[in-house]
Unconditional design. Sequence first.
Length: 430
Amino acid sequence: MSSPGTVGAPASSSAQGQMDKEKQRQLYLYGAVGACLIGIPMLVTMPGLFEALTTLLYKMFQLVCFFAFLTIGALWWYQEKLLFHPEMPPGLKLPEQNPDGMKTPGEHDIPYEDVYATTSDGVRIHMWMMWQKKEEQTGGGQPLPTIIFFQGNAGNMGLRLPFFVDVYRQLKCHILAVSYRGYGHSSGIPTEEGIYLDSEAALDWLNQRVVSRLTAEGGEGSDRQGGGQRRRVAAEADVAAEADAAPTTSAARVMSRAPGSLALGRLISWKDESLSPACLSKVFVMGRSLGGAVAIRLARQMPYEIRGVIVENTFTSIEHMVEILFPFLRPFKILFPLIQRLQLTSIEHVKNCRTPILFLSGQQDELVPAEQMETLHRESASVLKKIHRVKQGSHNDTWRQGGTAYWQAIADFIASCLALSVSSDSPDRT
């Protein structure tokens, strides 16, 4: 039991704090009154001083407006360059220019392929497909999860290799790392709409890659070939029937996918998953910072092809970040819609995305306030949403600071997503 003195201490401290605040208010009041008593007579007796002071204040106001509008103009003209930094640090545009250990997954004994996908607008993007070794395959031949990773806004994907190595070893999954347009060996110029198309192309590439591998494996024997073909046709028919029964908008979204994607989009309903080496029923998308916005939007657009979303230290929207990075522009907020091309409104996408989602939040994030991750978690409409907070995590090292608990949170989330039945995780997500 606490002594009476201990119990009374907090109350005494609180009372002392109130007294200090009251003294501060009195000092401010006395200072204001003194300034008026001295300043007003001076302005009355010295008209020139009043005119000079008014002119000075007016010129200061003009100067503030000039710099504000200059900044707004620069934001409009250079906003893509302010957001996207393909060559950061300078001189490291391509992965092979990176220091040793950050050039290729092969440096870490990770089997991988250099692959390319072409987007719907004709841009060719570069990716690394990192496969788990055969001896790591577990569960009697059952397919392992595949994580499609979308990076932040700065530097080539090779700079993320230390993270990929930990993902590969800790989570025992396949990884598809995507290099946005204009980054690394990818062609084009980065834009908001462009990186969205890049994410769709990556998912399409993975779909088609698995279709080709399914076909190749199915050709090893007549019985296996017939069984694989029947399962594929049945899956396509299942999705087509679902699209017919769904509202027009949902049907259009489902049926707009390529034939191979239709089958793989519902791979979870197959009884025999051993024919799915890249496990499209177990595709997860993961994004850090800017990549989190890309991942959330992709999951909203293509819910039937994504098992779960993992985002780390991402923001609610570009508009909210402008207010944080350029606080002096807040009085001109009304002009933002006129000049802002970049939106990245994750806060809107997350409200309409029912795919399971895990939020990894560094509580010491010096760039994106942790409150924005809390907001995204609170507003999420997901059928399964979780948040894992890393007390010492900053913007780029949350995965390092998180330790074993960080990886366990991801592993538990993946297991939870895979445990969801088809009926529980596939409501109408329009």
